[in-house]
Write a protein that binds this ligand. Sequence first.
Ligand code: PRP
Ligand code: ADE
Length: 176
Amino acid sequence: MKGVKALDFDKYIRVIDDFPKPGISFKDITTLLKDGEAYRAAVDAIVEQVRESQPDLIVGPEARGFLLGAPVAYALGIGFVPVRKPGKLPGKTVSETYELEYGSDTLEVHADAIQPGQRIAIVDDLLATGGTISATARLIEKTGAQVAGMSFLIELGFLEGRKKLEGYKVFSLIKY
Ligand SMILES: O=P(O)(O)OC[C@H]1O[C@H](OP(=O)(O)OP(=O)(O)O)[C@H](O)[C@@H]1O
Ligand SMILES: Nc1ncnc2[nH]cnc12
């Protein structure tokens, strides 16, 4: 982790209040991503967490999960499987609907992308309410695979997303 200490990651995150709506304090990771040293150090730190889970595959949810999950998979020399919003994947999909603050949303994964019995590590940029990641875990379990761990750059502890993730190994680098 050349030059960037683990404790310094939060200095690379830009906080923008009242985005995308009043009352939300948005944690903007684009300021970390554009700094090559910080981006590499963050990916390296997540790689070390993920390695412990000994996964066969990395799964990352659209879109920010791709930005961290894909380089983690590359570094470990294992595959990356994208979880996407509806209608984006061309093959046969498995889908899972989850509740948002208002209404609901759906996530999809290719049905043949994950094999029963495989160990899967989920990587995303941020854990907020835990809705996205619980739906991603349910998708993985629908395929007969096992969620070996979940890693995030940022955890919004006050939203208590971890409570939805009881029984899973959850790692995060920065907590607000
Ligand atoms: O824990 P939750 O309450 O589910 O929120 C966390 C999710 O919200 C953000 O994604 P978003 O749906 O905004 O999509 P994006 O990555 O395409 O910006 C973030 O990247 C996480 O995936
Ligand atoms: N506060 C927040 N900042 C950035 N991304 C988010 N996704 C859900 N809540 C968020």
